[in-house]
Design a binder for this molecule. Sequence first.
Ligand SMILES: Cc1cc2nc3c(=O)[nH]c(=O)nc-3n(C[C@H](O)[C@H](O)[C@H](O)COP(=O)(O)OP(=O)(O)OC[C@H]3O[C@@H](n4cnc5c(N)ncnc54)[C@H](O)[C@@H]3O)c2cc1C
Length: 475
Amino acid sequence: MYDIAIIGAGVTGAAIARELSKYDFRIIVLDRENDISCGTSKANSAIIHAGYDAEENTLMAKLNVEGNAMFDRLCEELDVPFRRNGSLVVAFDDEQLVHIKKLMQRGINNGVPALSILSQEELLKREPALNPEAKGALLAESAGIIDPMLLTISMMESAVKNGVHYRLNFDIESIKNKGGVYILESGGDEIEAKYVINAAGVFADKVHNMAAKPSFKIKPRRGQYFLLDKIDGNIVNSVVFPCPTKMGKGTLVTPTVHTNLLIGPSSDDLDDPEDLSTTDELLEKARIGAKLLVPKLTTRNSIRTFAGMRAEPDAGDFIIREAEGAPGFFDAAGIKSPGLTAAPAVALYMVEIMKKSGIAFTAKKNFNPLVKRKLFIDMSESAQSALIRGNPLYGRIICRCENITEGDIVDSIRRSPGATTVDGVKRRCRAGMGRCQGGFCGPRVQEIISRELNKPLEEVVLEKKHSYILTGKTK
Ligand SMILES: Cc1cc2nc3c(=O)[nH]c(=O)nc-3n(C[C@H](O)[C@H](O)[C@H](O)COP(=O)(O)OP(=O)(O)OC[C@H]3O[C@@H](n4cnc5c(N)ncnc54)[C@H](O)[C@@H]3O)c2cc1C
């Protein structure tokens, strides 16, 4: 039996698992998918928000600002690329100028550091490609950009290094409480735990209702994006937002931490939380929104479109508490944006709540905060030569767009939790992330996974359980 079972291996579950791995508990993370970071945490704007956007005195505002401040140390410990490039909210008329001043005041009330209003001249000096009709902008210097998938994977790796277990393909269908022990059931298989943490993203209301009486609803809201090739990656330097509306922060334009350019997201309410399709109509709206900010922008160099699903809580704020009538069952639900930013602070807050509920915490003496990962391409020439001498797999480039070697791919499969799918490799070492989007390297990656995991080639999937690439042998 485990002390704690965490449902969901997204950024929230992974951050909580890592935080709890600092203490003497037997912990397991469970996820219905076949890899870490397969839910909302894999498809979002990848921004570490400053914290002026959330309403004052909400949990969201508090954890956004606290989370943001934790990223320098966290990313250093976990070897995750992160850049504080600042964000801008651009105003185009007097009404919007008033609005950005209100946002700045809200930010100050929330405790956001380094906020200022830029004049038109200052703005265009900082971002020469911006629409010259812009009148000014709110600058938040503490905002940044990150690789959200690598962050989630690295936090899970850190948790696992510190003793946390994990089980994938474990889709929890029912939760029972027998004599104070929770029994989590998936396809006839059971896992027992004294305490449960629900970090199930868009499904958090359903998971909550398996253990406690219904008390909130999660509404799926999709966001669609264009990812542009690196040749467009430096059109803007900062994260650039228009003035927000009640549907969200609007279409943004931002460089990614891997020097691509991201445009989006749309905001479409849906009934199906798993519908991650993209639509011409909403992508076109995003394209028009982005062009308003940066007129010379075209989507001619788009290398991919994709969608992510927001978990909109009916009460508006994050729901992080012990469920009423279900002692020992804790929700981390309604974690919509800025959930990526807030994740490390959500984890600390969860620890506080668990302590308050009477759970005894004993700190481990040997917690190791470090996860090391370095791709061949990011090493010095002498380190590269030494690596190839020791392991010739590093001398064979597989992904030519991103310069990823066979050694990097094998490493991402052998780590724990390691990649077992073509997209799992992509999320860990960027093979297939470049201009050809795996058109050339995909089959090679598939062969390497097949060899490393001793699996027939036809059984290696692209991403989800049945996403087969090959149907069988022709000869
Ligand atoms: C379009 C968009 C843009 C965003 N942009 C930003 C941004 O720029 N900055 C920011 O801070 N935040 C942003 N966010 C929000 C952020 O992405 C989310 O808050 C965060 O990823 C939520 O993480 P999570 O771990 O709570 O959920 P998820 O990542 O969805 O993880 C939940 C996990 O639970 C698993 N699960 C669900 N049900 C079960 C079950 N029954 N049994 C087992 N496992 C189960 C799922 O498989 C999934 O892996 C954005 C979100 C969207 C959609």
